[in-house]
Design a protein around this ligand. Structure first.
Ligand code: PMP
Length: 355
């Protein structure tokens, strides 16, 4: 080994879902929205004044913060924005998880959490979900250095009700509790209603799913102003200009259009419910998803073979070769016609391969 190699920080990075770019592919593997962003987004980007690129963007992203605060009916100093919720979450791990006690998150959850914990040398424990993938809230009533979980959880798709979330927050007044609501807009009840009641609660959301803007990389957090100040202090100690100018103006424009947002979410919910019916009739089993994806298994088929078969048909879903979830495949909800193509190939596979 070369002497300098010894000094390098070694990490096992998070593996993002693949981003193939094939004509006519059906891409149901990274929970993106199949519909375009609100029409106003195209309008402001078409009119973009590129001479502004000369200048640094507003480090406070005030335009975007203002619209988010208005939309969610909170004060502007209760909102933090970042380059996707991954950026917000990475900053939150660094800001709030700084204890000798372990932080807690479920054993089956967003696989980025252990990566940040390892990177920042934060101790962690992972209470087990039950056999239906539900959290056992009592597991979180123990001394800890902080708590984080997605709601709905990923990749399981299962939503915990707001009472359960509130119980966990109530029992953890000495820690920061982060609820990662990347998928909350597809039928869940947000913990945003609790941010004025609990000063240790941080709610994180993203523009990548329900607002159809994964490519712009916008995420945000809402919480007590002291939490937001602490997050900003860390942000300004790493990189002041996180959101670029087009993202700030396009993001603000997307938030203004509540009607389009609600229409898009409802369409996805409708397609999801139909997908449950069709897959259920084929013998698939899955938690009752309240997200924009299903996490499905089948007693009589080899899920890995199905995953590979679909790839050969240009249909991409996501599979983790990880204990506990090896027999599951995660299917993002696309348009109705994308789902029809998906169903067609699943049927074809089952005809050939049913054990
Ligand atoms: N949280 C969860 C639970 C997710 O599944 C994702 C998507 N990979 C994210 C956060 C991050 O999303 P983004 O950075 O696109 O906002």
């Amino acid at each position: 080994m070369k002497a300098w190699e010894d000094k390098i920080r070694k990490v096992v990075p998070y593996v993002a879902g693949e981003q193939p770019n094939k004509p006519d592919m059906v891409k149901l593997n990274t929970n993106e929205c199949p519909y375009p962003p609100a029409p106003g987004v195209k309008r402001v980007l078409d009119d973009l004044d590129t001479s502004k690129f000369r200048l640094y963007p507003d480090p406070e992203a005030k335009l975007l913060i203002k619209e988010l605060a208005k939309f969610y009916n909170v004060d502007e100093d209760m909102v933090f924005v970042g380059v996707g919720s991954d950026d917000v979450l990475a900053n939150a791990f660094l800001t709030f998880f700084n204890s000798d006690k372990p932080i807690l998150f479920p054993d089956i959850t967003y696989s980025f959490y252990p990566v940040w914990a390892e990177l920042y040398k934060i101790k962690y424990e992972t209470p087990k979900l039950d056999k239906n993938f539900a959290m056992n809230k009592e597991d979180y009533y123990v001394p800890n250095g902080g708590i984080i979980f997605p709601n709905p959880n990923a990749p399981t798709s299962l939503l915990e009700d707001l009472d359960t979330i509130e119980d966990i927050i109530k029992h953890n007044q000495e820690s920061v509790v982060i609820v990662d609501e990347a998928y909350i807009d597809f039928g869940g009840e947000s913990a945003l209603s609790l941010v004025n009641k609990y000063e240790n609660l941080l709610v994180v959301q993203t523009f990548s799913k329900s607002r159809s803007m994964a490519g712009m990389r916008i995420g945000f957090a809402v919480g007590n102003r002291d939490l937001i100040k602490a997050l900003n202090d860390i942000k300004y100690s790493i990189n002041s200009y996180t959101l670029n100018y087009p993202s700030i103006i396009a993001g603000a424009e997307a938030v203004k259009d509540r009607e389009y947002f609600e229409k898009t979410c409802n369409k996805i919910i409708q397609t999801r419910e139909n997908t449950k019916k069709v897959l259920g009739d084929m013998g698939f089993e899955f938690p009752d998803s309240k997200s924009n994806f299903l996490f499905a298994t089948h007693k009589n088929i080899d899920i890995i073979e199905l995953f590979e078969f679909l790839r050969t048909k240009n249909v991409y879903v996501r599979h983790w070769n990880a204990p506990l979830i090896r027999d599951y495949v995660r299917i993002s909800i696309g348009t109705d016609s994308e789902m029809e193509i998906f169903f067609k190939y699943v049927k074809e596979f089952m005809k050939e391969k049913t054990k």
